[in-house]
Design a protein around this ligand. Structure first.
Ligand code: ZN
Length: 291
């Protein structure tokens, strides 16, 4: 649920395969497992891995050795990571843990809601700019009409990331900023456009004037807001968001052991696809009511 996907980065197995190609020119010490090297290079692109093979060979040369050891790879990784960190692509261990729980939070809330779109993929491989991980839901059909309940489910899924982080680590992180922006938009539309707040009534409220985009003569329709109405709208939006947050938290609490198990699997594999998720979360289908 994060930003636009820009570049696909290889997962652990993909990185091991790429490394295999790049180490053909270097002499590896016995016992060097590329699988282990792949394990310490989360977030590396193909080009980074090519660079890594060269750096590791250089590290071996610097210590006058003719074989590249795992220690050489480690030195090379540290060197490259120092460069990558400036571009904020490689996460440290505790950030990876937080991202794993965050993304699994989205996925589990989605999977435990009857009728929501299946989760296609969950990953903690950083992608593009600003996205530390991502969860992709696969829409089963195009939707043109959505009920209040469906919109609330959508909000709950979006809040699942923060809910998991808060539940497990007891802290709030900046990782939920995009999710919260989307959630706020949906909740505000529910109240001001779709008339879904019973107390405020089935009224379409005029959008708040945006000073930058004010075009004279092009006033949008809807009822103007009094300060009291504005207060009510703000309260109603907050009530929807916080209510959904509590429901998402309760769901994750109920499936806490599963959340832990899935997050650890995600940390180990970095990417979980639909079949893997189906196996991992088989127990959820027992609890969710049929579609
Ligand atoms: Zn998120």
């Amino acid at each position: 649920f994060d930003r636009q996907v820009l570049v696909d980065r290889p997962d652990k197995k993909g990185r091991a395969d790429i490394l295999q190609v790049h180490v053909r020119k270097v002499k590896l010490a016995t016992g060097v497992k590329l699988d282990e090297v792949a394990g310490i290079t989360a977030g590396f692109s193909g080009a980074d891995l090519a660079n890594l093979a060269n750096e590791a060979a250089l590290a071996a040369t610097r210590r006058h050795a003719d074989e590249v050891t795992l220690a050489d790879f480690t030195v090379a990784v540290e060197r490259i990571v120092a460069g990558l960190e400036r571009r904020s692509r490689v996460l440290n261990a505790s950030e990876r843990r937080a991202v794993a729980f965050h993304e699994m939070g989205h996925a589990l809330v989605a999977l435990s809601q009857p009728g929501s779109d299946p989760v296609h993929k969950v990953s903690i491989i950083p992608r593009g700019i600003g996205a530390l991980g991502y969860t992709i839901q696969r829409p089963t059909e195009d939707r043109f009409l959505m009920t209040r309940e469906e919109l609330e489910h959508k909000i709950m899924v979006l809040l699942g990331g923060r809910a998991a982080e808060k539940l497990v680590f007891g802290h709030l992180s900046t990782g939920a900023a995009d999710d919260l922006a989307k959630v706020t938009d949906i909740a505000r539309d529910m109240v001001t456009r779709y008339g879904m707040d019973e107390a405020i009534g089935y009224v379409s409220w005029e959008p708040q004037r945006q000073t930058m985009l004010d075009v004279p003569g092009l006033e949008p329709g809807g009822c103007p807001r009094s300060p009291e109405t504005q207060q009510h709208i703000d309260d109603a939006v907050r009530a929807i968001v916080m209510g959904c947050f509590e429901r998402a938290t309760a769901l994750l609490q109920q499936h806490r052991a599963l959340l832990e198990r899935c997050a650890h699997e995600l940390l180990a594999k970095e990417t979980l696809d639909e079949p893997a998720l189906r196996v991992l979360t088989a127990e959820l289908r027992g609890t969710a009511t049929a579609r």
